[in-house]
Design a protein around this ligand. Structure first.
Ligand code: DGJ
Length: 731
């Protein structure tokens, strides 16, 4: 709910558990008044960090000579008038001057959430009672306006923030930084939580204390990246999984991004987040607007779980969209680690036959199905079926797969092109980079210039054709390199700074068009594993290939970290062969099964090579998963222990009504003289009595929650067990 208190110069945004308050001082300055536990009324005690007369501050306004930007908590900021903290905006006017002075013009409150033109965002349904506040500010001398937008979804405890820049002047202006959010906090004794990593080691949580100066977390790889997810958490130092203040900011964007955190001289903290400004500038001509990506924000006092729960809910139900949002996700078999680029039609059909026999529901033909694709040096761009490998083409293969009762899925990497392709010969300027300077390849491929509408249209047509040729029910959309040159033959020299954001806008146009033309097709995103596992992609593709690292032990840490923000229903998780192809490690089929059963279960190995006993084990894994997948995919997820604290990791999934729950436990290395412990199970209902199927133990929820459940381990390394709790009595 958003309420205007003009007498107190205050606008209050209230969600179920927090309040956010904005002050409009002197009808000129937009200040931050409060973000914290819910208050019923606006804060009224005047507060400023005014330092008295001192030589360190300047005062821009002769009418209010004591006002200094530095002394205030601000909702947005640009330099030049005395705010020396990291700016949210940088620009230059037609005359080259970098000085802009944005002051308050007006505001309005509208019902609902707003679509952001060209960008994915959270949506709201009427029952969400969402409201949006728009605060309009203007720099009078240039006519540049910025509207600060805030949408609240009260029951979700979610605040959405973004900005709209409009040039209402008569000359072009250049934007060099246009952050989505600026958040000032009056103190700084917090920890910063981020999800960092590298290729095949994505989204590992890192928690550090905020410290004086500027800390930044970013990606300049053109993709949101394996290395730094576009998420920032702010935690009280004492915050644990289930207690303490936790705030999260998540950028709905798939390209270069940055969160900067400054702890200033007076103990305050500023967070600025949005598109990275290193690869960004934008020429805004009179009459035009530019929108920044959206930030999804939440805060709570019930620890990291509280933050994750709120993110999981909003992502699962109000960011992901389309019919697949609520459909059970099929168990799949993927051909990549089974056969890589080398296969025949008979191989694929027999693999699919095995999959069907084991109860698997979807068969995905990965890379290697098109002409010239016998390794990763060639073939991308032309998208002609390799009829030597697949005589009869995709349609006939798809018929054979469908005839086995399976859905048919296919891999594409539409944004890329191989240097020797016909496409590139015919359209040498359709790739990023310039012909004069050597273009840099990554995985032997170049990147199509998606800033161009003709390239976007070509891709939309290409994917349409592949989908109809293959009569496919599923697409795995891959992108296997980071960007190099952000330059384009299609754009004027003074617009070359727009390439990184324009690429992402072009990508979103292609994906949204394709997805809306094929609503029943399930799209799974991928970028060399989880290199673009972000809310921007999830808005169109409700599941993502979590990592190219399919080793079950590594996957525990990767899935654990991913769950800080993203719900399990978005995580593709496959059982692969041993020794594992990335790490050479061997783990049991049961261990691999339990890890993969924690997300969207799949198999990525040559099923034909399994022994009969192993096939039976897979058959029962799949059957078990089907019985429990509503709990795993659509229930609530709880982290219980991670390997950073010891040799054991554990998590839980509980149905929404708490009548069914699963406890997954994993042990890395066996140790001697380890006393068994009790694991506290937060996902249950205290007043319900449960029976655990594998042990026959019965107990009230309150005991399992507060005292715990005894986990018993077999000997050996990489051991796992799963416990199944079902409600038997309710008080
Ligand atoms: C990278 C993906 O992450 C893999 O799963 C596989 O699809 C390969 N690309 C294919 O080239």
């Amino acid at each position: 709910m958003i309420t205007d208190y003009p007498d107190l110069n205050c606008i209050c945004i209230d969600a179920a558990s927090w309040s956010y308050q904005i002050e409009v001082r002197h009808r000129r300055y937009i200040l931050h008044r409060y973000f914290g536990p819910k208050m019923q009324r606006p804060a009224e005690i005047p507060f400023s960090r005014y330092l008295g007369k001192n030589y360190g501050s300047i005062h821009p306004d002769s009418e209010f000579p004591e006002f200094s930007y530095e002394a205030e908590l601000l909702e947005y900021s640009s330099p030049g008038k005395g705010d020396y903290r990291i700016p949210a905006f940088l620009g230059s006017r037609n005359d080259g001057s970098p000085v802009f002075w944005f002051t308050y013009v007006s505001h309005r409150i509208v019902s609902g959430a707003c679509e952001i033109p060209g960008l994915p965002s959270v949506y709201a349904l009427p029952e969400d009672r969402a409201q949006t506040l728009e605060l309009l500010c203007r720099d009078d001398s240039s006519g540049l306006e910025v509207t600060l937008c805030y949408t609240v979804l009260p029951e979700y405890d979610i605040l959405l923030r973004w900005c709209r820049y409009t040039n209402n002047g008569s000359n072009p202006v250049f934007l060099h930084r246009a952050a989505s959010i600026c958040l000032d906090i009056d103190r700084s004794s917090y920890d910063l939580l981020t999800l960092q990593g590298a290729y095949a080691r994505e989204r590992i949580p890192a928690r550090i204390p905020a410290c004086r100066g500027i800390t930044s977390f970013s990606s300049l790889r053109g993709i949101s990246s394996h290395h730094q997810n576009p998420f920032l958490g702010v935690l009280a130092p004492e915050t644990t999984e289930h207690s303490g203040m936790a705030m999260g900011l998540l950028l709905v964007y798939s390209g270069n991004h940055c969160f900067e955190i400054e702890v200033d001289a007076y103990g305050g903290m500023r967070i600025v987040g949005g598109m990275h400004d290193q690869s960004f500038s934008w020429k805004l001509i009179p009459g035009e607007s530019l929108h920044t990506p959206q930030v999804i924000m939440t805060r709570c006092d019930d620890g990291m779980h509280g933050m994750s729960r709120r993110f999981h809910e909003i992502i699962r139900t109000r960011l992901c969209r389309g019919p697949w949002r609520d459909r059970p996700r099929p168990v799949l078999a993927n051909s990549w680690e089974a056969s890589y680029f080398r296969f025949t039609r008979d191989d694929i059909v027999s693999l699919a036959g095995e999959a069907a026999d084991l109860g698997i529901e979807l068969f995905v033909l990965d890379d290697g199905w098109f002409s010239g694709r016998n390794d990763d040096t060639s073939g991308l761009g032309d998208w002609k079926t390799d009829t030597d490998k697949l005589p009869g083409g995709l349609r006939s293969l798809s018929e054979a797969i469908h005839a086995k009762g399976l859905l048919m899925g296919i891999w594409v990497e539409p944004e890329m092109v191989s240097p020797g392709s016909r496409l590139l010969t015919e359209h040498p300027d359709w790739v990023l980079g310039s012909r004069e300077q050597q273009r840099t390849t990554g995985r032997n491929q170049l990147i199509l210039d998606l800033t161009r509408e003709d390239v976007q249209d070509f891709l939309i047509g290409t994917i349409d054709r592949i989908l109809s040729d293959a009569d496919a029910d599923y697409i795995k959309w891959d992108a296997n390199r980071c960007f190099g040159e952000f330059s384009s033959a299609a754009l004027h020299p003074d617009r070359q700074g727009e390439i990184a954001p324009r690429y992402i806008l072009g990508l979103y146009r292609v994906i949204s068009e394709v997805v809306s033309r094929h609503p029943d097709v399930l799209f799974e995103g991928c970028a060399g594993g989880g290199g673009r596992y972000d809310p921007g992609m999830l808005a169109w593709m409700p599941q993502y290939w979590t990592s190219d690292n399919t080793d079950a032990l590594s996957r525990i840490s990767i899935q654990y970290g991913t769950s800080i923000v993203y719900p399990p229903v978005t995580m593709g998780a496959h059982v692969s062969a041993v020794p594992n192809h990335q790490l050479g490690r061997s783990t049991s089929l049961s261990f691999r099964g339990h890890v993969a059963q924690s997300g969207n279960l799949g198999y990525e190995l040559d099923l034909r090579k399994l022994s009969d006993a192993q096939k039976n084990e897979v058959r029962s894994q799949v059957a078990w998963y089907k019985q429990w997948r509503d709990v795993i995919q659509f229930g609530e997820f709880f982290r219980i222990a991670s390997f950073t604290e010891g040799e054991e990791a554990a998590w839980m999934a509980a149905s929404r009504d708490k009548k069914r729950a699963l406890l997954f436990c994993f042990r890395r290395l066996a140790e001697v003289s380890q006393a068994p412990g009790l694991l506290r199970l937060p996902g249950l209902c205290p007043s319900t009595r449960y029976i655990e199927r594998t042990t026959g133990i019965t107990a009230w929820g309150e005991e399992l929650i507060s005292r715990g459940f005894p986990v018993s381990w077999k000997t050996g390394d990489c051991i796992s067990c799963v416990y199944e709790f079902t409600a038997c009595t309710e008080e």
